[in-house]
Design a protein around this ligand. Sequence first.
Ligand code: GDP
Length: 210
Amino acid sequence: MTAEEEAERIERGRLLFAGPIDFELGVADMSQLPEATLNEVAFAGRSNVGKSSLINALTNRLKLARASTEPGRTRELNFFRMGDQLRIVDLPGYGYAKAPKSEIGRWTKLTRDYLRGRPTLKRVILLIDSRHGLKPDDKDVMDALDKSAVNYQLVLTKADKIKPTEADAIQRATEAAIAKRPAAHPVVIATSSETGLGIEALRAEIAALA
Ligand code: GDP
């Protein structure tokens, strides 16, 4: 890509996220899904990975996704509409051990059904905490997405919490871990909702799917 093309991509991302973004609905059951009319990009990750903070940083709206202090609280699929361009789908966090078993079952089934059967879902942004790297739960999710041929992209969160040398190492390790995974997008983006690192690049990636 030329520098000019790259600048254009970044500008498209900036414009998309500067436009309207509204909460549309929370879905607790497959029968409530909005009609599949717009492309969708879904955000997934372990509870407390920094998903709400990242969505708020991307959209420049402080409280769009509630940054919950209570891990595992969000149980629904939350749909946000970006005008007539794209939907952002905030999926329930996974891997939170203290939630009642029956509830974990319900979230998992709803999320899995959505991920498997949504024709308009263009990519899952799978968030990984820079300090912890890929956990067994994350690998389970990647296995399921590979199996269903749902495109996904790994994004490292909270990059400000580790040293640059550690950040390089985790970036390389993460890229190596996806190299042979058929549904993984090859670009791994390191982000920080605190410093804004990687936010522009992620906006550009998402805008390319609108
Ligand atoms: P969620 O459960 O995945 O939605 O995670 P939250 O967005 O609620 O974040 C979990 C915790 O991590 C909160 O205490 C956030 O303030 C903190 N956090 C999230 N993103 C960042 C980041 O980029 N840098 C730092 N230093 N802290 C973060």
